[in-house]
Design a protein around this ligand. Structure first.
Ligand code: ATR
Length: 292
């Protein structure tokens, strides 16, 4: 099927961008530009290396120049909470902003409206890629950094029955456990490995990005036979050692590409108001990241 023609860049072209540091390997431009082209939209998506000390200026600059929206990635998501003019419930709930829409506010002036699409992206990916229904499930989450905290809170909000948190720095897992007990009192939350069978293991640590990284999972305390499915938020490489071992043990597995896809699809809808061409976006990501 031929794609609708996309006009050459002109004075009316709408712009979006991602800010991060480092940003060189971001696959978001490939994903969003493919989506704009598929819908024949006169929009483009750029990527900028932005130092955290310049983040506020860079957001103001995009607003002043009439950008349609931004994505924010490491290390900007928490910082941006205090730099936007208004926060959507999603950004308030998780205390982080990964998507900004520039739009007319109640006073008619353009405002930076902050959203967070990461948590929803993860939940949709788990459902689509692993057939996981979070409500009522038992989940072990490895990692208590930014991504781990958002995942833990999303799992609690979605009504998991029991959540086990493990992190190298145990105090960070304990802080999240306290926050969950306060905000989602009905969820059973524990720091440490489960002894019983669970539905899902999620890796939200950075272990697995490098070929010689140790496993994020301590085999002394947990075996793959205890879980039905394993999700690794890492998508580069496509199959971490954790996923390879889980697959060999008979678990259903998925990497974090789906999370990247679905957070992007939600951002696309926020900016354009149109349904996201998800298949086109997935193919663009695969092509960009894996080269096929
Ligand atoms: P992100 O935004 O991707 O979550 P982060 O906030 O830096 O990044 O979190 C990285 C996560 O990977 C943390 O859970 C971190 O554990 P600590 O909280 O103990 O730092 C985990 N991690 C990173 N390197 C690790 C290592 N070598 N061993 C174990 N865990 C590691």
């Amino acid at each position: 099927m031929s794609q609708p023609a996309q006009p050459a860049i002109n004075a009316a072209t709408r712009l979006c961008a991602v800010y991060g540091s480092p940003i060189a390997h971001s696959a978001s431009p490939a994903m969003h530009n493919a989506a704009f082209a598929a819908l024949g939209l006169d929009w483009r998506y750029l990527a900028f290396e932005v130092d955290p000390k310049n983040l506020r200026t860079a957001i103001l600059g995009a607003k002043a120049m009439g950008f349609a929206g931004l994505n924010l990635t490491v290390p900007h998501k928490l910082l941006a909470v205090d730099m936007v003019d208004a926060l959507d419930d999603s950004a308030k709930k998780w205390g982080a902003v990964n998507t900004i829409k520039f739009e007319a506010g109640p006073d008619g002036k353009i405002r930076a409206f902050g959203f967070n699409t990461d948590a929803e992206g993860l939940a949709v990916s788990l459902e689509q890629d692993l057939d996981i229904e979070l409500a009522g499930s038992q989940v072990l989450l490895l990692g208590a950094g930014g991504a781990g905290r958002t995942a833990a809170l999303k799992f609690a909000e979605a009504g998991v029955e029991e959540l086990f948190l493990v992190n190298r720095t145990a105090s960070k897992a304990e802080e999240i456990a306290v926050e969950i007990s306060e905000r989602y009192a009905h969820v059973k939350v524990a720091v440490g490995y489960p002894k019983t069978k669970i539905d899902l293991l999620v890796n939200a640590t950075s272990l697995g990005l490098k070929p010689d990284d140790a496993s994020p999972l301590d085999g002394k305390y947990f075996s793959f036979a205890q879980t039905r499915a394993v999700y690794d938020m890492i998508y580069r490489p496509a199959e971490t050692k954790l996923l390879a071992a889980a697959k060999a043990a008979g678990c259903k597995t998925a990497n974090g590409l789906g999370m990247l896809l679905w957070q992007g699809a939600r951002a696309f809808v926020i900016w354009t108001g149109k349904p996201a061409p998800v298949d086109v976006m997935r193919r663009a990501l695969e092509q960009n990241i894996y080269g096929h």
